[in-house]
Design a protein around this ligand. Structure first.
Ligand code: WQD
Length: 353
């Protein structure tokens, strides 16, 4: 084994796919997830794909003693990948204190345990939302962080700054911040995928639920933007490419003793795709005509953003493997799988706590 990794948020969308990738690259993994926004069913998917049953600590990472007990129970953790956080932009606007408490409180407890148990490697789930509405695209890692568009985005900006300060004072621990663009798609086996709790906000699950008839009609939020077709531009990255970036980040930290204390990477495909182009990609890759209408802008939306991913390619050796059509076809395959599985039907009726 290449070492034991603690994955917080391990039964979530990106966390579960990352656990599969870590296992397939020789790491031992434990998960910590209170499943307030995810479900144990993802552990079944991980087991079906890898043959490994992962232990999940169902604890509240905002409770220091519960968090500390995980580290007590696993005295040989090589690194921590921290996904656990709420991520619904709209909900964060309605309930900012919930987001500050949950996203920052859990991070502080994990960092305190990293320090006490002298864990050397830390990978943080950050986001392109830290760039706000960028002046120039594609964005590079040096693009300045601008005013966050939501409390969710603010928790990612504050999280990055907390980790930078922690890394500067902690002699042993080295950190990597991975700034995701728009994660989408599902594992090719269709045994893992995005499981929106309650009505989905993100474009891809709205597309697949519209195609499945769970949503009557998709609304394109704005076609009067200063872009090539008037709709917003985004950088969609397949969840399996994103998962592998985490494995490479841990390996980068383990293999580079002289790595800087805190390194930032953009994890995006590098392709700017419009909302209307995404819909066309879904129709092309599935042969399904999508029922959508052109509507008003959604407040808080960034007009256009996509990544310059040269640094991740160069330093992590990360090369995205999946196309936009792979994203859409895998997302649709997962949507269809969920309709047929009693377990997933249970998950489908799963509601926010
Ligand atoms: C994308 C585009 C919408 C739904 C996400 C995550 C955020 C961060 C960045 C990780 C926008 C349009 C959507 C619909 C639409 N990722 N849209 N109709 O806002 O870019 O942010 O990626 O941290 O956490 O939320 O993603 O998928 O909500 O929207 O027209 O029904 O699709 O207006 O232009 P967003 P999104």
């Amino acid at each position: 084994m290449k070492g034991k990794i603690l994955v917080t948020g391990g039964t979530g969308y990106i966390g579960s796919h990352t656990i599969v990738d870590l296992l397939q690259h020789g790491f031992e993994v434990v998960s910590a997830d209170n499943q307030s926004r995810s479900n144990a069913g993802m552990l079944d998917g991980i087991e079906k794909i890898t043959g490994t049953r992962i232990k999940n600590y169902k604890v509240d990472l905002c409770n220091f003693d519960e968090t500390r007990a995980i580290f007590e129970d696993n005295n040989n953790i090589t690194g921590v990948i921290h996904f656990a956080a709420y991520k619904a932009v709209g909900e964060s606007v309605e309930n900012p204190l919930l987001y500050f408490h949950n996203n920052l409180g859990s991070l502080i407890n994990v960092l305190k345990c990293m320090e006490e148990f002298d864990i050397p490697h830390f990978v943080f789930s950050s986001s392109c939302t830290v760039y706000g509405n960028p002046d120039h695209i594609p964005v590079v890692e040096e693009t300045p962080r601008k005013q966050a568009e939501s409390p969710y985005g603010l928790t990612k900006q504050m999280g990055e700054q907390m980790i930078e300060a922690f890394a500067a004072t902690n002699s042993r621990c080295k950190s990597v911040l991975l700034r995701y663009f728009n994660p989408a798609g599902a594992h090719p086996s269709a045994l893992l995928g995005e499981l929106p709790v309650d009505k989905p906000q993100n474009l891809t699950p709205v597309i697949t639920q519209t195609a499945a008839g769970k949503i009557a009609q998709l609304t394109v939020f704005g076609t009067d933007y200063p872009t090539r077709d008037g709709s917003c531009i985004r950088d969609f990255i397949h969840v399996c490419d994103l998962a592998h970036a985490h494995t490479l980040a841990i390996k980068f930290l383990i293999e580079n003793a002289d790595a800087s204390k805190c390194e930032v990477f953009n994890i995006g495909s590098g392709d700017g795709i419009s909302v209307l182009e995404s819909i066309r990609a879904f129709e092309e890759s599935t042969g399904i005509k999508l029922n959508y209408k052109l509507g008003e802008r959604r407040p808080g939306d960034v007009i256009a953003i996509f990544a310059n991913n040269d640094k991740a390619r160069k330093l992590l050796g990360w090369i995205p493997q999946y196309s936009l059509n792979d994203i859409m076809s895998s997302a649709w395959k997962w949507e269809q799988y969920m309709q047929t599985q009693p377990l997933h039907l249970d998950l489908r009726t799963y509601r926010l706590n």
